[in-house]
Design a protein around this ligand. Structure first.
Ligand code: NAD
Length: 234
């Protein structure tokens, strides 16, 4: 039996790496092929919308060919069976957590499979491309749909819910994230201040490793199922 009740899990690109989705900063990572300023800022979208739309169109098509891995599945098992509070906060914009069956999930950096209409402010599920400027399914306006992605310089989603959960957590677990992007990189300190135990599961020590009470290093598909077994007493 676990001594913990309320858990917050933060996931990053590392949990999807073994599903074949590039991380941001690793070898061959996304940002080695594109400068972040060219594709992931509001200024880039204003300057060269075709470049930005094409970049996200390619990524949106690619993730639909990938499948959840054993780490996503283990977290879905934890979600289904954990009787205490649980919030899984993902920085990922892929949909592999939900395809594995996770319900108690928030996407703090938005979602690839969503388009946001800046004319009517509605969000629509989107699996196709945006480069041809399709009409918004909600208001019919043409030319206002953008990827529903939180770009650098924009406010992440669900921050009130996330900080509320962090302040109630007695266990905070960070999986597959480099600890380089704020505010997510600061969650470990927020949870510590609230008295939570902190655990990092990552391929290598992250930039924020120092802040964790415990770090386990290895592949997410090995470490996450092991940790979930431990939590569920399996
Ligand atoms: P990151 O690329 O900065 O860091 C990934 C971390 O995962 C690294 O520390 C790396 O050592 C680790 N890692 C790599 N392979 C792993 C494996 N098999 N098992 C365990 N750990 C592994 O990614 P981040 O910290 O999530 O960066 C934040 C930004 O990346 C976010 O804004 C997020 O939206 C974006 N992003 C999302 C996706 C996605 O949706 N899948 C992909 C790339 C980037």
């Amino acid at each position: 039996m676990s001594v913990f009740q309320n858990i917050v899990v933060l996931t990053g690109a590392g949990i999807s790496a073994e599903s074949g989705i590039d991380t941001f900063r690793g070898g061959g990572g996304l940002w080695e092929q594109h400068r972040v300023e060219d594709v992931a800022t509001p200024e880039a979208f204003a300057r060269d919308p075709d470049l930005v739309l094409r970049f996200y169109d390619e990524r949106r098509a690619a993730i639909q060919t990938k499948a959840p891995n054993a780490a996503h599945e283990a977290l879905a098992r934890l979600d289904a069976r954990w009787a205490g509070e649980l919030l899984i906060v993902t920085q990922n914009v892929d949909d592999l957590h939900e395809r594995a069956g996770t319900k108690r999930l928030v996407h703090m950096h938005g979602e690839q499979l969503s388009a946001w209409c800046t004319a009517c402010d509605q969000r629509s599920r989107w699996t196709g491309s945006l480069i041809d400027r399709p009409a918004c399914p909600a208001c019919g306006m043409v030319g206002y749909l953008r990827p529903d992605i939180v770009w650098f310089g924009e406010m992440p989603y669900h921050m009130d819910d996330i900080y509320r959960a962090l302040n109630r957590a007695d266990l905070f677990v960070s999986i597959g994230t480099s600890g380089a992007v704020y505010p997510a990189a600061g969650f470990v300190r927020e949870a510590r201040q609230a008295g939570a135990r902190t655990l990092e599961l990552n391929l290598e020590p992250s930039e924020g490793s120092y802040w964790f009470a415990e770090s386990r290093h290895g592949r997410a598909t090995t470490l996450v199922p092991q940790w979930v077994d431990q939590m569920l007493g399996d």
